[in-house]
Design a protein around this ligand. Structure first.
Ligand code: URA
Length: 217
């Protein structure tokens, strides 16, 4: 709720400055139900937020890394207000130069369901490469592509855009190995020059959400 770090809050609780439903609570391990219990600090009521998990959609811009902290680089959490940044973590990863849909949540189980290849949640990307895309690539992607480390990817759907947009395509994957899209095209002799994630499962990137902006789901 933006009051302080875990350590700060532990001190406040121990000093008897925190009350839950009108009673001073001195146990820092006490559990409260967000949106249901009334929590005050020095008599001031806190906004504990809605009940249930916090899930945010972020349109990740290029140049920002998908990490919770970094000594020098700007992270996706730097794009959120501190009270939210303290709660959520990214569900999956986009490369520094990749943009588009990133989900941030405080729900570990949801995160696991979204990124574990066992659940096979689709991730759709728009991609631009540095050359023409031969039609045969569609069948190669459907069979699975052997990457530089010998791993053969799961079948992927490739839709090559019209002749008006040479070198552009959409790719749908159900797994997310390190630099996977770039390595799949590299294995076919093509360099990815732009990459944007458009969809995770049934969730499309909101076209009205500018890069760098987020909204709760
Ligand atoms: N594949 C990549 O190569 N990079 C990403 O950021 C996401 C998928």
């Amino acid at each position: 709720a933006g009051v302080g770090s875990r350590r700060d809050v532990r001190q406040l609780v121990k000093q008897g400055r925190v009350a839950v439903n009108g009673t001073v609570e001195r146990d820092p391990g006490c559990r409260v139900r967000a949106g249901l219990d009334t929590v005050t600090v020095d008599g001031q009521r806190l906004e504990t937020g809605p009940a249930g998990p916090l899930i945010l959609m972020l349109n990740k811009p290029r140049g920002v890394i998908t990490a919770t902290r970094d000594a020098t680089a700007r992270t996706v959490l730097d794009l959120l207000p501190p009270a939210l940044a303290r709660r959520v973590f990214p569900a999956g990863r986009l490369d520094k130069d990749t943009e588009g849909l990133l989900i941030l949540t405080d729900d570990g189980q949801l995160c696991h369901r979204l990124i574990s290849p066992r659940h096979g949640v689709e991730k759709e990307y728009w991609v631009e490469v540095d050359g023409a895309l031969p039609g045969e690539l569609v069948a190669s992607f459907a069979k699975g592509i052997r990457l530089d480390d010998g791993y053969v990817t799961r079948p992927a759907r490739l839709a090559i855009e019209q002749a008006s947009a040479p070198g552009q395509a959409r790719v749908v994957l159900t797994e997310g190995r390190y630099h996977q899209v770039k390595r799949m095209f590299a294995a076919c002799g093509l360099k990815v020059t732009a990459l944007r994630r458009l969809r995770i499962g049934g969730l499309q990137l909101d076209p009205d959400l500018p890069p760098g902006k987020y909204r709760p789901l």
